[in-house]
Design a protein around this ligand. Sequence first.
Ligand SMILES: [Zn+2]
Length: 463
Amino acid sequence: MSFARRCTLAVTVATATALAGTYQGAEAAPTAQPQPSPTYVYRVDGAAANANALLRAGFDVLEDRKGDDLFVMGKSVVGNRLQANGYRISVEQELPPVRWTNPLRAGQAPVLDAAVAEETYFGGYRTVNAQYAHMDLVANTHSDLAVVIDYGDSWRKTRGTGGYDLKAICITKRTPGDCALNPNAPKPRLFVLGQLHAREITTGDIAYRWIDHLVDNYGTDPQVTKLLDTTEVWVVPIANPDGVDIVQRGGNRPYLQRKNADTANGTSCGTTGGSSQVGVDLNRNTNTGWGIGSTPQACAETFRGPNSNSEVEVRALQGLWRTLYRDRRDTGPSTPAPADTTGMVISMHSYSNMVLFPWGYNSSVKSGNDTSLRAIARQMAALAGGWQYGQPGEILYNAGGSTDDWVYDDLGVAGFAWEIGGSAGGCAGFTPPYSCQTSVFWPKVKSMLTYAGTKTARPYSSP
Ligand SMILES: [Zn+2]
C-alpha cells in the first residue's frame, strides 16, 4: 500500500523535517538512482475558516476536512513553508518515497489488442492504453450496445509531443438516433467521468468496471437491462490522459500528478507528480466561479490556468456536453432549470467519502434546483454507506472552476462530484491497494451509479 500510517500519534513537524532533511532536493531530478524523500500529509489547525488563503498560496490542499482542520500534502519544505506562514501543523500521514521504475508503454495504443487492455501498474490499475483498448474491444464485441467517440486531443497531442486522443464510450441498447452527436437523441443521458484529476486512480478503475458491468449484464440483470433500454450511459474513464501517463510512470509507486501536462505556464515545474508539478488543474479551470479556491502559481496543484477554459481537455469536455445536452437554464445563480430537464453528469474524484453538488464556488448561494440536487445527493450518500453530502463550501471549502458546476451553470444539467474513499484505514488516500477496488469501492459505487441511472430522465421532478 502506498499510504502508510505513520503512527497513531501525530508526529511533530520538527521531527519529520529532521528525518527528511538528508533527502532534500531529490524530487526535482529523478534519475535511475534517485535519492527519494518522503511526502507528508500535514494537518493544518483551523484552516477551514480561511481555506482560500491556503489555496491561493498554492498549497496542495486535499479534498478532506476534519472539524476546522484541512490537510496539505507535500515534502518537508512544504511543512516549513506552512509554519513560516504562521500555520499550526502536525504530520497526519507519511507517504513512502517514490522509487523510479521503468516507464510503461507510452503513446497511442493499437486498437483491438486484448493484451494491451490488460496492461496495468500498481497491482492492477489500468494504463491509459489499457483503458482505450478496453473501450475499443467492448464496442467491437458489443456493437449493439456500445460505440466509442473521439472527442478531442490531450494537450501533449496538440503539441505533437506524444499525448492521447480524448475518448468516450456511449452505452445503450442502440436504436436509431441513439448516441448521436446532437442533443436530440431520444433517450436521456447519464455521463460519468473519471481521472480528471489523474492521481485519483480509483475513479478510472470504477469506470472500467462500470463499462463491463453494463455490457456483460444486459439481458440478464433486470436493472442493467432497464437502464440500457431507457438511457444512454456515457463514460469517459480517463478525462486527463496526459496526467495519468505521468501517474503510471511511477509504476508501483504511482506519481501523484493531479493536473494535466501543460507546460506553457511553468517550464520548470516537476514532471514526477511532486509538490511542484506541471500542468493546470482541470477542475479549477472552467469559467464558472473561476479563480475561487485556486491559485495563479503555475507549479502548484490547484493552478487555475492563465485564464478560464484555457485547457484543451476542459474545452473538449465542454464541447461534448454542449453537443449532447440542450441548454435548459437561463443565467443567474438562482435560476432553476425546468422540471422536465433531462440528464446527469457525475465527475468521480477521490477521496473523502462525499457527494458534492453546485454551487461549488460559493456555498452561501443556493441553486434554483437545490432541493432536487440535495435530495439526490442524500440518497447517493446513503447508498455509499453514510457519506457526507452538500455543497463543497458546506462540508469542505468553496472551489470554483469545476466541471460539475459548469454543466449545471451552462446547460442546467444536474452535476455531481463524488469523492470516493476515506482518509484513514487500509483503503485510504489517492492510491489504495488494488484489492480495495473489488472489496470496498466497486460494490458501493455500483449502487450509486445504478441509482443515478434511475434519476437521469427527470432529476428535478419531485423525488
Ligand atoms: Zn479530484
